[in-house]
Design a binder for this molecule. Structure first.
Ligand code: HEM
Length: 198
C-alpha cells in the first residue's frame, strides 16, 4: 500500500475526531464563532510553520513551503474581523504541538496541514452560503491556494512518495504515519481546549 493510502486509511479516526471539533458547519454559526476558530487555527499554525519549513525546505525544495504558509492568510482574515498587530501577537499559541524530530515527522505533520486545504474547500462553500456577504473578509484561509488547491495537494503527495522511496525504509513510513496521527490529535485537543495527547 502506498504511503499516501496508508496515511488516509490509518489516520481516518483521527481526522474524524478532529473534524468533530470544528463547528464551522453548524447552522447557528455566528461571526464571533468564525473568528474564534480562526484564532485557534492561528494558535496552532504559528509555532509549527517556521520549524516545518526549516526541515522541509532543504530536503524537498520543490514543495515551496513558504508559499504554503497559512499564517499570512489567517492574519488577513483576522484583521478584517477586527484584529490588529498587537492583538494578533497576544493570541494564545498551542503549547502541545507535534514534535518535529526530522524529515518523516515533518512530512506527517505537513500531510495534515496540507490536507486540511481539501476539507477547507467544503467549509469555504458552506461559509459563503451561510454568511452570504454578512461576514467581513475574503475567507483567505479557507480559499488557501484558490484554483491550485488540487494541483498543490498532488504535488505534495508526489514529493512525499519520492521522499519515502528515497528512504526505502519501513521505519521512515511508520514515523510519517505516527506524526500525522499525533498532529491530528494535537490539533483536535487544541480546538477542544484540552491539554493535548501525552
Ligand atoms: C469540518 C471540518 C472538516 C471537514 C468537513 C473535512 C472534510 C474533508 C474532506 C471532504 C476531505 C476529502 C477531500 C477530497 O478528497 O477531495 C478531507 C480531506 C482531508 N482533511 Fe479534512 N475536513 C475537516 C477538517 C480537517 C482538519 C481540521 C484537518 C487537519 C487538521 C483535516 C485534514 C484533512 C486531510 C489530511 C485530508 C486528506 C485525506 C487524504 O486524502 O489523504 N481536515 N477533509
Amino acid at each position: 500500500m502506498s504511503l499516501l493510502l496508508r496515511l488516509k486509511t490509518e489516520t481516518r479516526p483521527h481526522h474524524e475526531r478532529t473534524e468533530a471539533a470544528v463547528r464551522l458547519l453548524e447552522p447557528g454559526l455566528t461571526v464571533d464563532d468564525y473568528r474564534r476558530h480562526l484564532e485557534l487555527f492561528l494558535g496552532f499554525h504559528a509555532p509549527l510553520e517556521g520549524p516545518l519549513t526549516a526541515l522541509l525546505d532543504p530536503a524537498l525544495p520543490e514543495l515551496c513551503m513558504r508559499e504554503r504558509h497559512k499564517l499570512p492568510l489567517l492574519e488577513e482574515d483576522l484583521r478584517a474581523l477586527g484584529h490588529d498587530t498587537m492583538s494578533l501577537a497576544r493570541l494564545p499559541r498551542c503549547a502541545r504541538v507535534p514534535s518535529l524530530g526530522a524529515l518523516p515527522e515533518a512530512l506527517g505533520c505537513a500531510y495534515v496541514l496540507e490536507g486540511s486545504t481539501l476539507g477547507g474547500q467544503l467549509i469555504l462553500r458552506q461559509l459563503l452560503r451561510h454568511f452570504a456577504g454578512r461576514a467581513p473578509g475574503g475567507f483567505a484561509y479557507f480559499r488557501a491556494y484558490g484554483d491550485a488547491v488540487g494541483s498543490r495537494w498532488r504535488a505534495f503527495g508526489e514529493a512525499l512518495l519520492r521522499a519515502s522511496a528515497d528512504a526505502a525504509s519501513p521505519d521512515f513510513d511508520a514515523r510519517v504515519v505516527e506524526a500525522a496521527r499525533d498532529t491530528f490529535d494535537c490539533f483536535g485537543a487544541w480546538l477542544r481546549g484540552e491539554p493535548g495527547p501525552t
